[in-house]
Design a protein around this ligand. Structure first.
Ligand code: AHG
Ligand code: MN
Ligand code: MN
Ligand code: MN
Length: 333
């Protein structure tokens, strides 16, 4: 059956946040941040839906400090989120599009890290893109705000701007999916208690990099390709969307495994994805949904970043497949 409870859409995100506010000392601050991100997401969704009409298509504006090409929308989404979060008491803020983390309010209880626009190479082809966020407690020494372990996260989520705009959220007690009600201008609970299927029938990896992969990753994908004739003992389908958010949404819906491993290309020694605002929040969500997230050698949530834009190999999804990738790393063929 489905790995979640189908909801009627009666419960709104703000109702749920209201209930959550009473659960812990930091909960009010977390709820306010999620609420602000949801408001920003509604604006970003509108902008994306307007495409060329709002100058929100693929135009390139420059490069960010991490070396990525910046599209118009990367910059606009970053500005919208920072404006919406700007009215709150947040201790520190970090974004893919900012060189360094910003200390905002020394009295703030939480720190927020964002990937304002994920999958930006998909903007100009009208494919799903997203926003990812991670909420951490404010440490006494704010210079350490984004050097905490992933397991310290208080909440994490992402938004997918696809045929539907959906917000996937964990507040540390399971995973819920909210769908944007465009007429009412609010998010409504659509799925509650999402659980990732153990039956994994799809793998996702950028196969164009095959010649650069390490032997354990090659071995794993060879097993997927061998299907029923290999040790996996069943066939796989393949998907690659180019947006981490869309891959994660698919895996939450029907299982599967996603890999962005390290490879031998210059600059890809730790893969492509960034630990603080991509891998940490995704790992938290995937684990909260009963899945697993690993570098192949270590659990993602055990890691802490040495630098803000640090990359990390990411293998996530159905638990048995992630375990199999880890086995192949311990015991290369
Ligand atoms: P971003 O657009 O935020 O820089 O992230 C893009 C990431 C991720 O969403 C996706 O999984 C991956 O880059 C795509 O990589 P390829 O270009 O190798 O397909
Ligand atoms: Mn980027
Ligand atoms: Mn991204
Ligand atoms: Mn991005």
């Amino acid at each position: 059956g489905k790995g979640w409870t189908q909801m009627t859409g009666q419960l709104r995100l703000d109702d749920l946040l209201q209930r959550y506010c009473e659960t812990a000392p930091h909960a009010l601050a977390v709820a306010a941040a999620v609420d602000a991100i949801a408001a920003a997401a509604i604006e970003i969704a509108d902008l994306i839906a307007s495409g060329d009409l709002a100058d929100a298509s693929g135009l390139t504006t420059g490069r960010n400090s991490d070396g990525d090409v910046q599209r118009n929308l990367d910059v606009q989404a970053d500005a919208i989120l920072r404006r919406c979060l700007g009215t709150l008491s947040i201790a520190a803020l970090a974004s893919e599009e900012m060189r360094e983390a910003q200390i905002v309010d020394r009295d703030g209880r939480i720190c927020v890290a964002i990937d304002p626009l994920d999958g930006s190479s998909n903007i100009d082809i009208n494919m799903t893109v997203g926003t990812i966020f991670s909420i951490l407690p404010a440490p006494d020494d704010l210079s350490l705000a984004f050097h905490q372990r992933g397991s310290a996260q208080l909440a994490a989520g992402f938004v997918t701007y696809g045929p539907q705009t959906s917000l996937v959220l964990t507040l540390g007690d399971g995973v819920d999916v909210f769908t944007l009600d465009r007429k009412a201008g609010c998010f409504r609970l659509a799925r509650s208690g999402v659980q990732i299927s153990e039956a994994c029938e799809e793998f996702a990896i950028n196969t164009s990099n095959r010649r650069h992969w390490d032997p354990p990753v090659r071995a794993f994908i060879d097993e997927c390709l061998a299907g029923i004739e290999g040790p996996a003992n069943h066939d796989f389908n393949m998907r690659w969307i180019g947006s981490l958010v869309a891959e994660a949404y698919r895996i939450l819906t029907r299982g599967g495994v996603f890999l962005y491993p390290s490879d031998a290309r210059p600059g890809y020694g730790d893969g492509r994805l960034r630990l603080v605002y991509e891998a940490h929040p995704m790992a938290y969500i995937i684990e909260q949904a009963g899945g697993s997230a690993s570098t192949g050698r270590e659990r993602i949530l055990e890691l802490s970043a040495q630098s803000l834009h640090q990359r990390v190999p990411l293998i996530m999804g159905s638990i048995n497949e992630v375990r199999r990738v880890e086995e192949l790393h311990c015991d290369p063929l």
